[in-house]
Structure formats: structure tokens, C-alpha cells
Write a protein that binds this ligand. Structure first.
Ligand SMILES: [Zn+2]
Length: 323
């Protein structure tokens, strides 16, 4: 079930791309996507920092809603780097069109923060010469394991069959850190240890001291554990030491102050871990844990009814083997 869209707070300038015409960029539109003669901007984007834009997502269940995750792009003097592409090729195309409403510079990189389909199934909109796809070193394995399932579920949601071309693997992977120079600004891609997933990638922009942190940070959407609760807490504690100004979370407002932005996610995970550990210590089993352990800060989290029980299960499976 889709959640209603919420108004978002931002001190940044909001660009309603739907009000812009692609006409003044018609040459570059035609040059970059000859298969599409027209560009019909249809999505909102927000400028969160100089040359940095976000397409806001809205909390919903994957394969039930659309435009769920925050997507972004960073404009360099040479070219544009995209961070996540949305839940469908249509979302990717809308993002592509929004980019061409802002700049005539070509897209050179598509960076995926992790495998989840609300972040990655728009990749196919950017398969063209000059665009390189980049992800964590463990992203290819995750895509190989889940690609078919994602196609099946995305096809059901779309109402028509999607073929394998909708799963786009990274051509370049990041095992530790990689720097990308997009012209006058350097992006530092960092591969994280198992946290939200086992292959989270964050992207720090040197010019604005702002990072896209993907689903390492959730706001306005219950955190979902698909990696390691212990690892996620450790990663957030390490990240908190980095003196960033702002981050773009994978879900929630288009930007948020750092490190305050990570506090709700860290608090939920830390309190959940304490509850599950206590349950295991007194001999409780998985089924009773899932039926009984309530969500920390339950009232503040959209989608708690869809994902909290699952989180208890993931945490239990990991923590029951601790010494
Ligand atoms: Zn995710």
C-alpha cells in the first residue's frame, strides 16, 4: 500500500522541473538520447547544495509504490554523476530528463548505493555510450542472486513483462574507496562493511562536504535490516566521526544535518539489539520474539507494521550466535 506523499522541509531551492522546458536544451537532449526525440520533464527535483540535486522519494513498500527512494545527481564541470536511478526504467527516464533540464553536460557515471530495487531498477534508462555503472564489490553477487526475483516482482507491479536488460550490473566495483573527478569536484566512493546490506556504498562530494549515504540512514521510513545489525551500528558510529555538513539519506528529507541525521536510525537499531539480546538471554525463541518485541520509537516510524517484525527476525538470526 502506498503511503501518501508528505511535504518535505528543505532550506534549499526547490525546482519544479515540470515547469521547465527542455526546448532550450533540445540539441543536447537529441545528442544524448537519439531514440527519444522529446523530453517531457515529469518529476520534481530539489537543489540541496551547489550543483547537487535530489529527486525526493516517499515512504512506501517496494513493488507496491513508486518513487520510493531519494535519487540524486551531482553536476561537475565535465560531466554528471547519478546516485541511484529509481524503481523502474520510467523513473530513470524521468530523472534523465530532469538532469537535462538543469545541465547540458553528459552523464558519465551511474553509482548505485546498493541492490534494492527502489534504488536500482532505473539503471536501464542510462545504458548508452559514455556512461559507466559503478557499485560496491559485492553488488554483482547480490544482483546475480536477486535479479530474477526482482524482475518477476517488478513485472507484476508494472503489469507487463520486463526482460533481463532491466538488470544492469556495475562495470566497475569499489572494494575500499575510489575517487571520481567529474570536473572541479572529486567524489569519494566508500565501500562499507555489512550494514543495511552487505554492499552499501556512500558518495562524498568534496565541493559541498555533503554525502549521499544511501540506506545507511533512514528518516521517515523504518530502517530495514538486510545485512547486519551489529555491522550497521558499527558503520554509523564510524561515519559519525566524519565531519560532514549534510547527508542525503536513502529515505526521508532530501538532505539533513550531520551527524544528527543518523540518530534515529542508530537509536532504533541500538534499542532493538538490546531487546533482542535480552530476549535470547532469557531463552526466548524467534517466533515469540517477533510476536512480542515492540519497535523502539514505534510512533515515529512509517512502515513499522511492514518491516519491524522482519527486522526482529534478522536481528535474532544474527544475535543468537553471539558469545
Ligand atoms: Zn535499501
Amino acid at each position: 500500500m502506498s503511503m501518501p506523499s508528505k511535504p518535505r522541509k528543505s532550506n534549499a531551492r526547490k525546482l519544479l522541473i515540470s515547469q521547465l522546458s527542455c526546448g532550450f536544451l533540445a540539441l543536447s537532449c537529441a545528442a544524448t538520447t537519439p531514440e527519444r526525440e522529446t523530453c517531457s520533464p515529469s518529476t520534481d527535483i530539489v537543489q540541496v547544495a551547489p550543483g547537487m540535486y535530489v529527486r525526493p522519494g516517499h515512504a512506501a513498500v517496494v513493488f507496491e509504490g513508486d518513487e520510493i527512494a531519494n535519487l540524486g545527481f551531482i553536476v561537475g564541470d565535465r560531466c554528471v554523476a547519478i546516485i541511484d536511478t529509481g524503481g523502474s526504467i520510467a523513473e530513470g527516464r524521468a530523472l534523465d530528463c530532469a538532469i537535462r533540464g538543469v545541465t547540458g553536460r553528459p552523464v558519465c557515471y551511474v553509482i548505485n548505493t546498493h541492490v534494492h530495487p527502489d534504488h536500482l531498477l532505473g539503471n536501464a534508462a542510462f545504458v548508452r555510450p559514455g556512461v559507466e555503472f559503478i557499485g560496491h564489490a559485492k553488488l554483482p553477487r547480490a544482483l546475480a542472486l536477486r535479479g530474477d526475483l526482482y524482475l518477476e516482482r517488478a513485472s507484476a507491479h508494472a503489469g507487463h513483462e520486463l526482460d533481463a536488460s532491466n538488470i544492469v550490473f556495475p562495470e566497475r566495483v569499489v572494494a575500499e574507496t575510489v575517487e571520481l573527478d567529474i570536473g572541479g569536484r572529486v567524489l569519494t566512493l566508500r565501500a562499507h562493511d555489512s550494514a543495511h546490506t552487505d554492499h552499501d556504498l556512500s558518495i562524498l562530494d568534496s565541493r559541498t562536504n555533503t554525502a549521499f549515504v544511501g540506506d545507511l540512514v533512514f528518516l521517515e521510513h523504518l530502517p530495514v535490516i538486510d545485512g547486519s545489525i551489529n555491522g550497521w551500528i558499527d558503520e554509523l558510529e564510524q561515519l559519525s566521526a566524519i565531519p560532514l555538513d549534510y547527508v542525503v539519506p536513502g529515505h526521508g528529507p532530501t538532505s539533513a544535518r550531520w551527524p544528527a541525521a543518523m540518530a534515529p536510525t542508530l537509536q532504533y537499531l541500538t534499542e532493538l539489539r538490546a531487546k533482542v539480546r535480552a530476549w535470547i538471554a532469557k531463552g526466548g525463541d524467534l517466533a515469540s520474539a517477533q510476536a512480542t518485541i515492540d519497535a523502539p520509537q514505534k510512533a515515529q516510524w512509517p512502515l513499522v507494521e511492514r518491516y519491524h517484525e522482519r527486522n526482529v527476525g534478522a536481528a535474532f538470526a544474527e544475535l543468537e550466535w553471539e558469545d
